[in-house]
Design a protein around this ligand. Structure first.
Ligand SMILES: Nc1nc2c(ncn2[C@@H]2O[C@H](COP(=O)(O)OP(=O)(O)OP(=O)(O)O)[C@@H](O)[C@H]2O)c(=O)[nH]1
Ligand SMILES: [Mg+2]
Length: 199
């Protein structure tokens, strides 16, 4: 898929404020600091479109971007707040979790969930929550392992395998893509999944 343009649309704290349901969309979920906002920028080729930070908890609302592609109509890419952000209050964490759960269960134009996990670690409790939750949904799901540039060669082979095992255990069948926003690895594959499912 050739992306020709991408622009920020809106930042919302609750579902009622999301744009109308005219365009198909994909969402990025995952733990805080895993690289969701960085992946948005890498996928569309615009550094600084989504705000990123070395400090977890940067994204605190659903941030919506409109993406134009050469063939096929535009679609929305939604950057979500990180799950399990340690410094947020319990109340805030629960609010985000509920927001995300409701979004995943009820958002009609949703076509693909990109679940980002740090390739250096095995799936964490917050990731297993996502597995569990997505098991009951019908939206296509892609497991995206991030920061592959930080792996050595043997970890490179091992990381996707470990994730596949965890998915099997959770009785989820989903493709696993190893990516690096830094070096570009896996981005073509993620764009291809987006292009195929987000129609
Ligand atoms: N080496 C490397 N660092 C990355 C990569 N992707 C993201 N990072 C770094 O990881 C940190 C967190 O990135 P963000 O994109 O802000 O993470 P996020 O998932 O949006 O975090 P929240 O908004 O807190 O949920 C930043 O310092 C990024 O530069 C990658 O592919 N390789
Ligand atoms: Mg973010």
């Amino acid at each position: 898929m050739k992306i020709t343009d991408a622009a920020f649309v809106t930042s919302v704290a609750d579902l009622g404020a999301l744009p109308g349901e005219g365009l198909p969309e994909a969402v990025l979920v995952g733990r805080s600091n895993v690289g969701k906002s960085t992946l948005v920028n890498a996928l569309v080729g615009q550094e600084g479109l989504a705000y990123t930070s070395g400090t977890p908890g940067r994204t605190r609302t659903l941030n919506v971007f409109r993406v134009e592609r050469r063939r096929g109509g535009p679609f929305l890419l939604v950057d979500a707040p990180g799950l399990g952000y340690a410094k947020a209050s319990n109340e805030e964490r629960e609010r985000w979790q509920r927001l995300l759960a409701r979004y995943l269960a009820s958002r009609a134009p949703l076509r693909l969930v990109l679940h980002l996990m740090d390739s250096r670690h095995e799936p964490q409790p917050a990731d297993r929550d996502v597995f569990h939750f997505l098991g009951g949904q019908r939206v296509p799901y892609l497991a995206v392992l991030t920061k592959a540039d930080k792996l050595d060669q043997s970890e490179h082979a091992q990381a996707p395998r470990r994730t596949r095992e965890a998915l099997l255990e959770a009785q989820l069948e989903a493709p696993v893509v190893l990516t690096s926003a830094e070096e570009g690895e896996g981005l073509t594959e993620v764009r291809a999944w987006l292009d195929e499912t987000v129609r």
